[in-house]
Design a protein around this ligand. Sequence first.
Ligand code: SF4
Ligand code: SF4
Length: 407
Amino acid sequence: MKSKEMRNLIEVSHFVYNCRKCGLCGNKTSGTVPYVCPVKEHTEGFEHFFSRGKIIIAQGMLEGEITPSPELAEIIYACSLCGNCQTQCAMIDNHTGLPLVDPPQVVEAMRADLLREHPEWIDQEYLAMLNSAKQYDNPWGMPRTNKEKWMKGLSLRDAKKEPSEVLLFIGCTIPSNPVVSPLAQKAATILKLAKVDFAVLGKNEPCCASVLKKVGSFDLAQEMMQKNIDSFNALGISSIVTLCSGCYHTLKKDYKKSYPPLIPNVYHIVELLASLIKKGKFNLCKKKPLKVTYHDPCHLGRHMGIFDPPRDVLAALPGVEMVERIATRENTICCGAGGGLRLFEEGRLAERIGEASLQMAIDIGAEALVTACPFCEINLNAGAKRLDFPFPVYDIIDLVEEGLSTT
Ligand code: SF4
Ligand code: SF4
C-alpha cells in the first residue's frame, strides 16, 4: 500500500517500532494470568493471531514487505481489542508510566486503512453493520422505535423536553437483544427509587459510534461523535450515565478528546450504584444466598480502571458472597465479544472464549457469573450454552434490582 493509503497506521507507527518482539503478549502465564491473548488461546495459536504477529504484519506493511490481501484483512479482524497484550507487555515509559506499545491502537489503525482502501476485502457482516449505522443510527439493523419500547408504563422524562441533571444512556445493544433488553427498565426503576433526577432520549438516542470505531470506520465514527457532542452539550445535563462498557469507554475517552469536547461528565452505572448505596439512597433486602464471581469487562476495567465500584456494589448486596477468580481486575480475560469479534467466524470463536471465562468461574465454585456490560452478558450466555449444565450469567443491575423488588 502507498503511504497515503496507510495514514492511520503511520500515525501509530511508533507503537510498532517500540515493540521488542519478545512475545510476552502471547506466551506469558502466571498465577493470575492463565493466558494473555484469547484469540491465540482459542484458535490454532499461530503467530498472526496474537499481538506480536499483528505488529510484525504492521511493520511489514509500513516497510512495503507485506502486500495486504483479503486473507490478511481477515487476520486483522481476529482481535477483540481486549488490551491484555498491552497490560502484560513490559514496554512502559519509565517517566510517564504510559505504555510504549499499544497493540489495540495498531489493530484499529490497520482496520481503518484496509476498510477505507479495500472495503471489498472486509467481511459482509461488518459492512452490514456499518450500513445499518448509517441507515438506522444503530449497528444492529433495528428500527429506531425499538429504543423506546422498554419505556412503556414508566413515565420517564424526555431529555430533549425537560431539563434534568442526568441523561440515562441505554446504548444500541440493550434494546436489540432479548437477553439484555430488561436491563434498561431495571436501571430506570432503580434510579427512580433512589430519586435521581434523570431523563432519557428514547427513540432519539443516537448510536455512540463505539462499535464503528472499533471495526475501523473512523470517518463515520468521527462524524457521528461530533454530531452527538453538539446535541449532548445542548441538553443542559451535568452527566451521562451509561449501561454499556463500550459506550462508557467511547464517551469518556474519545468524546472527551474531541474538539469541542463533550461537556457533561460520563459515568458507568456501577459508579452511580456504588455511590447511591454508600449514601443509603435505597434499601437492599436479603436474598437467598448466592456465591458469585465478577467478570471485569475489558472496556470498563482494564481500559478505564473501574475495578472497585462493581465490587463495592456486590459487597453491599445481602446474601451475595463474592469470590475472586483468577484473571481478574487488569488481568481479566476477554468475554469474547469485544472489537466486533462476535461477527468473526459467525460468533464461534467468541463463544469458545466466553466458555473459557465461565469455566474459570466454575473452577472456583461460583454459582453465577456477574458482569457489567451487555456485550459480555450476551456472549457469556452464548458461551454458557456450550456447557453441559446451566450456569447463570447476570448483569450487576439484575442483582441490585432483584434486591429492591422484594423490599
Ligand atoms: S507487544 Fe510488548 S510483549 Fe508483545 S512482542 Fe512487543 S514488546 Fe513484547
Ligand atoms: S487486544 Fe486482546 S485479542 Fe487482540 S491481540 Fe491483544 S490480547 Fe489478543
